[in-house]
Write a protein that binds this ligand. Structure first.
Ligand code: NYM
Length: 212
């Protein structure tokens, strides 16, 4: 039976080093002779992504429930693409996924969004085989040059989302690894690589579904 590729998600707060690590890991996977496709959520290039982008940049206002559903719909837009790449044996490396979706929505102050409600729209999406959560304190993240100008890039919101980001991890059969992202970049890369390398030859199990 031919092996499918592995679906690997990198999660973390803003400024946790996610995007830089995703780029470094992408190069390493290529150097190992494997095909890798990088995906980032939100994908701001689609029509739904453009609505999300405008909201995040405070150019439009949306009800918290609506924007939550848009983030999820943005993942659904790419679900079949992710499955197709995996079927072709490629590694799919994804910068943020449903765990960010839940964490940031549930972390909003008022009115509180119910966790079960927040998880529901992502149910049945492809489930990552491995999620690496880059763990960094909101203070350490902020000291890396401060947060940007977008919505949610405030210390309180980051702290509350940090507390909620593992709310989705109980779902799916994939592995959830917490990596201390407060260390220097290369130490973080090395630890991530230890978990990624065994997956590069592919898997012969079917792709799981959130939140089975
Ligand atoms: N975000 C991201 C959500 O609120 N829900 C989601 O489902 C996802 C994927 O978007 N502050 C938030 C987290 C970030 C913001 O992400 C923009 P990025 O990685 O900075 O483009």
């Amino acid at each position: 039976m031919s092996h499918r590729g592995a679906f690997i998600v990198i999660e973390g707060l803003d400024r946790s080093g996610k995007t830089t690590q995703t780029e470094t890991i992408q190069k390493r996977i290529q150097e190992a002779g494997k095909e890798v496709v990088c995906i980032k959520f939100p994908d701001r290039s689609t029509s739904i992504g453009k609505m999300i982008d405008s909201y995040l940049r405070s150019q439009s206002n949306l009800d918290d429930h609506v924007v939550h559903l848009l983030f999820s719909a943005n993942r659904w837009e790419l679900a079949s693409t992710i499955l197709a790449h995996l079927k072709q044996g490629k590694v799919v490396l994804c910068d943020r996924y449903a765990f960010s979706g839940i964490a940031f929505s549930v972390a909003k102050n008022l009115p509180p969004i119910n966790l079960a409600w927040a998880r529901a729209p992502d149910a049945s999406l492809p489930s990552p085989d491995l999620t690496l959560f880059l763990d960094i304190s909101p203070e350490a993240a902020q000291s890396r040059g401060g947060y940007g100008e977008e919505r949610y890039e405030k210390e309180g919101m980051q702290r509350r989302s940090q507390e909620r980001i593992s709310d989705g991890k109980g779902g799916g059969k994939g592995t959830w690894i917490i990596v201390d992202a407060g260390r220097d970049m290369s130490a973080v890369t090395e630890e991530m690589w230890v978990h990624i390398r065994p997956l590069l030859d592919g898997l012969d199990t079917p792709v799981g579904r959130l939140w089975d």
